[in-house]
Design a protein around this ligand. Structure first.
Ligand code: GLA
Ligand code: ZN
Length: 664
């Protein structure tokens, strides 16, 4: 979006304050004071917009949009479909979702409409048309926020029918479907499409191809609903731009598919800072991983749609952000490619579920409260970084994160039903790369690999044949590939590959998997470097793969297991392939292992680190365009490259070039 400035503001719910014009008036002054230039409006406003069926009240919203606009504050306008009025849910039961156990929900909460219901679509169409007619060409409305945090699943009869149609379209015949799902197992062959039902706790849950396709179907329903809503608005607002807010480690929707439909990716970030089980640096990296994933979906700047200025009220324990963390997180998201910093929410609600959630303006309405003061300071700081607005990031390393693969891993029984730790695996590689000062993108199995120097395949259990070939070509042309255990096991419908595995990668890696041994939580197996057999290098955990080197053109073992029946078997190997290299990690190692591994592997792959030398541990370096952000996530002040001191949680920003020029 071309607004010429970082968007700064957040969710604003004036519909909760319509009986307090004094507060609405005060909001305008306070927003200006905090340098707010955008708000998201109308997300949960349906009952005020349409208090009775077919009776629309839009004037109050128009008045607010205009008043904000007069103060230089623009609007991200939401469609209200995330939560619908009670009158609708009672009159038309089909708009309410049916749970997996086949119980239809009562009127409750939000984010729980049936995305297939023709009546719900008709009602959404009507309200969206009214909004688009009224605000479609309003100069203040810069972006449309479709629904809110879409997700979940509906198992109603309408959705079952739609699922069967979707399957018919995908497989053509029942014979093909039965084969793809291996339904002969336990004699579950289907002889009529009508026999197919969505997975249920008291129903089918053993056909894992069905479970995987159900997840794909549910995801496609959400994308379809987004498209439907967007296209209704577009009819009246041909130049409108669209987003929908995504979530942390979210499973229900293949966001690569959703990203194809939005103009700009946005997401809601709520890290749990100050957990006793994690350092601030680890929390920062966990957050950065998500920022980088959302940047990667469209390979362009995204929007931080929500974050808390202080604390949430829905996490197990909601801690206050310590002084400095709000600024650290705001500058971190800019460093990783966001063109906004937005909060949930501007003003704290008085009642109901979120009354105790943090907000820029609390119940006391004071501007000397810490959240307000910090928000004001952030609002004052962002314009100093305008040169990185809209700026893309360089391509260096990519990690494969594919929703189909994640769904398939979760849907499978064995080898560790105690948890495979998929996200943990991703984080180990991400953290190693990020700590080495390398820019990390994420790709799925459809993405282009062009421009990357290093590619990581962490637990790519469901590996498409064409992607395996692409990975081999990537190495052949000089790329560095890292493949971990639990890769290349099944095909697109979760059928085990016949023949040697990791399927499609055995030539690339110079080895094949022969066994997998599962470890209990906390069980470790010592590993030693081949070059230093007397010193423990790291420990293996979770799954220990046993591999046999190929007879011709074998991989070179760099590290081996040093205990258990597989002592002496390769734990880490390297293999030259064409002009490139392929590493294989047979197990999950300790975090420090990845720091050293990626520092060396990236250097060998010719990837330039953006991290100045001799930075204290805990200082993260991130490059966006020509700006280098150094953030002290450690617990001691750190020395900067120019000799200055960086306070704990402080950020220094440099213009790069021949020399580093500090600009913040
Ligand atoms: C989500 C929702 C918001 C609000 C916040 C609270 O991100 O989109 O409406 O409930 O959580 O943290
Ligand atoms: Zn439904």
């Amino acid at each position: 979006m071309q607004t010429g400035k970082f968007l700064y503001g957040g969710d604003y719910n004036p519909e909760q304050w319509l009986d307090r014009p004094d507060i609405l008036e005060q909001d305008l002054d306070l927003m200006q004071q905090a340098h707010v230039n955008v708000v998201s409006l109308g997300i949960f406003s349906w009952t005020v917009l349409e208090p009775e069926e077919g009776v629309y009240h839009l004037d109050w919203l128009a008045e607010i949009i205009d008043k904000l606009h007069a103060r230089g504050i623009q609007t991200i306008l939401a469609t209200p479909s995330a939560t619908r009025p009670a009158w609708m849910a009672h009159k038309y039961p089909e708009v309410r979702r049916v749970r997996a156990d086949r119980v239809r929900e009562l009127y409750n909460r939000r984010h729980n409409y049936c995305y297939t219901s023709p009546i719900y679509r008709e009602k959404v169409r009507a309200i969206n048309e009214k909004l688009a007619q009224r605000f479609g060409d309003h100069p203040a409305v810069i972006l449309w926020h479709i629904s809110n945090e879409m997700g979940g699943e509906c198992h109603c009869p309408l959705c079952q029918e739609e699922f069967r149609r979707w399957l018919q379209n995908r497989y053509g015949s029942l014979a093909a479907l039965n084969k793809a799902w291996n339904t002969r197992f336990w004699s579950h062959d289907y002889s009529d499409w009508a026999q197919i039902e969505s997975p249920a706790p008291q129903g089918e849950n053993a056909i894992q191809g069905l479970t995987l396709d159900w997840k794909r179907f549910v995801s496609s329903r959400h994308v379809d609903f987004f498209r439907f809503e967007r296209d209704v608005v577009r009819q009246f607002a041909p130049n409108a731009r669209f987003t929908t807010n995504m979530m942390y480690r979210f499973h229900d929707i293949d966001y690569y598919e959703m990203a194809k439909e939005v103009d700009v990716v946005s997401w809601d970030s709520y890290p749990t800072w100050h957990k006793p089980t994690e350092t601030v640096e680890e929390t920062a990296l966990d957050t950065a991983l998500m920022h980088d994933l959302y940047y990667s979906l469209k390979n362009k700047p995204f929007i931080l749609m929500e974050s808390t200025p202080s604390f949430t009220n829905w996490q197990p324990i909601s801690k206050q952000k310590k002084p400095g963390i709000a600024m650290l997180s705001a500058l971190q998201v800019i460093a990783h490619g966001s063109d906004s910093v937005c909060y949930f929410q501007w003003r704290a609600s008085r009642g109901a579920e979120e009354k105790l959630h943090g907000a820029v303006v609390g119940h006391d309405g004071r501007t000397d409260a810490r959240p307000f003061r910090e928000a004001e300071e952030i609002g004052r700081t962002l314009p100093k970084l305008t040169q990185s607005l809209g700026v893309h990031r360089i391509k260096q390393a990519a990690i494969v994160h594919d929703w189909n693969n994640m769904w398939a891993i979760e849907g499978s029984c064995g080898p560790r039903n105690a948890g495979m730790g998929y996200w943990k695996e991703l984080a180990l590689h991400y953290n190693g790369l990020a700590r080495a000062g390398i820019t990390v993108d994420f790709v799925n199995q459809e993405s282009s690999l062009e421009g990357y120097g290093l590619l990581v395949l962490p637990m790519v259990y469901l590996l498409q044949e064409d992607f395996a070939q692409k990975v081999c070509r990537f190495a052949e042309n000089g790329g560095t590939v890292v493949v971990t255990y639990w890769s290349g096991v099944v095909d697109e419908t979760d059928l085990c590959r016949l023949g040697d595995t990791p399927y499609g990668l055995t030539q690339l890696l110079g080895l094949r998997r022969t066994e997998i041994d599962s470890m209990y939580d906390g069980e470790l197996r010592r590993c030693v470097m081949v070059s230093q057999p007397d010193k423990t290098a790291t420990h293996a955990s979770i799954l220990c793969e046993v591999a046999a080197l190929n007879e011709t053109d074998p991989a070179e073992p760099l590290m081996v297991y040093d205990e258990d029946y597989f002592a002496g078997c390769p734990a880490l190997t390297v293999h030259s392939y064409g002009k490139g290299q392929a590493y294989y990690m047979a197990s999950r190692f300790e975090p420090e292992f990845y720091n050293e591994f990626y520092e060396t592997a990236c250097r060998k792959a010719g990837l330039a680190s953006c991290k100045p030398e001799h930075l204290a541990p805990g200082v993260l370096a991130t490059l966006r365009g020509e700006l280098l952000f150094l953030q002290n996530c450690g617990d001691k002040p750190a020395t900067l490259p120019d000799g200055g001191e960086l306070a704990v949680y402080g950020t220094a920003v440099y213009q790069t070039g021949e020399t580093l020029q500090r600009i913040l």
